[in-house]
Design a protein around this ligand. Structure first.
Ligand SMILES: CC(C)(COP(=O)(O)OP(=O)(O)OC[C@H]1O[C@@H](n2cnc3c(N)ncnc32)[C@H](O)[C@@H]1OP(=O)(O)O)[C@@H](O)C(=O)NCCC(=O)NCCS
Length: 469
């Protein structure tokens, strides 16, 4: 056994009891976890799902002190949550901490410090040997917590995403053409990252870059007189729609070709529609020549893995990737092979001759994005900057949806290509996302303050079923 953690309780710290969250906590939790970031928080939209998800455990802290009042003069109630956090297992041995929130009425009283220790104890009980979490670069409280509990700061990551989240290509052309008329609200969706604002000057450059392209597109395809290229695209789209209908009819037994797709709510075919959307996306990527064939020979798969393994951007990013949106885990050769088999790896090679050949690779968790109805994101990009940009642009086109990239800050892949990223419509976010990590051997000391400061209403034990377990 390693030495027990030194006691770190500070006078005034509030002793807590820790247990798993229950449906009956919902009201109390959402009371303080609804408006965290300038009046907004994602917790209400994931709470129910979190309570039920088998891959993680949601913990709450409740006050143990008698007759305490919070800073707003409200009496604390014994079993009413004052803090929440989720311990998610991303793989059998990697834990991810998320959703830490302390009721503003009891902040700065050591609740997060004590609760963080309890979360580590729960992570360890799930079999985690490493723990990570992400926070904004300027979230000092969160950084101090990490420091206190033995976390180290990893390389920060910066996101790059098009300022126009367009779903439909025609709409995209129209919007890009009028982009210069659009105010800053156009970037509102980028605020889905607390840290993801696009600097105004960068956004302006990106819009300016997008506008001429839109004019070109409009000139190429005047209304009512489609060119040959446009006619071919339309034919392909009609064929795809036919294929989708046949696929769906085959699975659901519902011949809805004439009437259009069934309402998911009525037919209960949501999963099938998701599957159909996924297949369609894959087909488009395959047609665009981007998909690394899921049936690739092991030799080819290995060659691509070796490129990733030796890629300096991958090394700089601590060999992590973002398969679940906003959660980072290690990419191993076995996981890479599984992503190839699942049709989630895109590749591109450009130029000829050994010395001039450039390559790019992206892991694209399409199923995840579709089921969460999120904009698609690359879990990982590697290779040469110019080729990665071409791959990202081609992928966005094939999906008719813009892609979000997140790349270790200062990575060779971006260095020297900054202007090209902006010109291609991938301006950098102003702030970075900070990742923190610590190992968690089974005998690791976990700091729970002085005896009695943290009581487990339920002893930490293995309750989660991680993906791939
Ligand atoms: C960040 C947060 C969890 C801290 O909770 P808390 O119970 O007030 O924190 P504690 O009293 O246990 O303090 C923990 C450490 O953070 C520091 N800290 C807390 N709030 C801070 C703030 N606003 N600014 C700077 N430091 C802060 C404390 O000084 C302490 O540092 P120390 O151990 O070096 O003395 C809480 O403010 C919160 O819920 N914020 C909104 C959500 C959030 O930021 N979650 C974190 C990750 S996304």
């Amino acid at each position: 056994m390693t030495d027990p953690a030194p006691s770190t309780t500070v006078p005034g710290d509030l002793p807590i009891s820790v247990r798993r969250a229950r449906p009956g906590d919902t009201h109390a939790v959402l009371d303080f976890a609804r408006t965290t970031w300038d009046g907004w928080d994602y917790i209400p939209s994931v709470w129910q799902e979190w309570l039920e998800a088998p891959d993680g455990v949601v913990l709450v802290a409740t006050p143990r002190a008698q007759r305490e009042i919070d800073r707003f003069g409200r009496p604390l109630q014994p079993d009413r949550p004052i803090a929440i956090a989720r311990v998610a297992m991303l793989s059998p041995d990697e834990a991810w901490l998320e959703g830490l929130r302390v009721d503003p009425g009891v902040r700065n009283r050591g609740v997060a410090r004590l609760f963080h220790g309890a979360c580590l104890a729960w992570a360890r009980a799930q079999g985690a040997t490493s723990v990570r979490y992400a926070t904004g670069e300027d979230n000092e409280g969160s950084h101090r917590l990490g420091l206190h509990h033995g976390f180290r700061l990893l390389r920060p990551w910066r996101s790059y995403q098009p300022p126009h989240p367009r779903v439909d290509e025609a709409e995209e052309a129209e919007t890009a053409a009028s982009a210069t008329l659009v105010g800053e609200d156009e970037f509102a969706d980028l605020a889905d990252e607390a840290t993801g604002e696009v600097p105004a000057d960068v956004a302006e450059q990106a819009m300016a870059a997008a506008a001429p392209e839109a004019e070109e597109r409009t000139a190429e395809a005047p209304a009512g007189e489609p060119g040959v290229e446009r006619a071919r695209e339309e034919l392909e789209e009609i064929e795809e729609r036919e294929e989708d209908r046949e696929e769906l009819a085959a699975v659901t037994g519902e011949p809805w070709a004439a009437a259009g797709p069934p309402s998911p709510a009525l037919s209960g075919a949501t999963a099938t529609l998701e599957q159909a959307a996924l297949e369609k996306a894959r087909r488009r990527l395959r047609r665009a020549g981007l998909l690394l064939d899921p049936g690739s020979a092991p030799d080819l798969r290995r060659r691509w893995w070796e490129r990733v393994r030796d890629d300096p951007t991958f090394a700089m990013g601590d060999r992590l990737y973002e398969f679940r949106s906003w959660a980072f885990q290690e990419l191993t050769e076995a996981r890479f092979a599984a992503h190839v088999r699942a049709g989630e790896v895109l590749v591109m090679e450009e130029g000829s001759g050994r010395r001039h050949r450039r390559w790019a690779l992206a892991v694209l968790p399409l199923g995840e994005a579709l089921s969460a109805d999120q904009r698609p994101w690359a879990a990982l990009v590697a290779g040469d900057g110019a080729a990665v940009l071409d791959l990202a642009v081609a992928t966005g086109r094939a999906l008719a949806r813009p892609l979000r990239l997140r790349i270790p800050d200062g990575a060779p892949l971006v260095t020297g290509h900054e202007d090209a990223f902006i010109a291609a419509g991938f301006p950098p976010a102003r702030e970075t996302l900070h990742l923190l990590a610590r190992p968690l051997p089974s005998d690791a000391a976990v700091d729970l303050g002085d005896p009695g400061m943290v009581v487990f209403a339920e002893p930490p034990r293995r309750v989660t079923v991680p993906p791939g377990a």
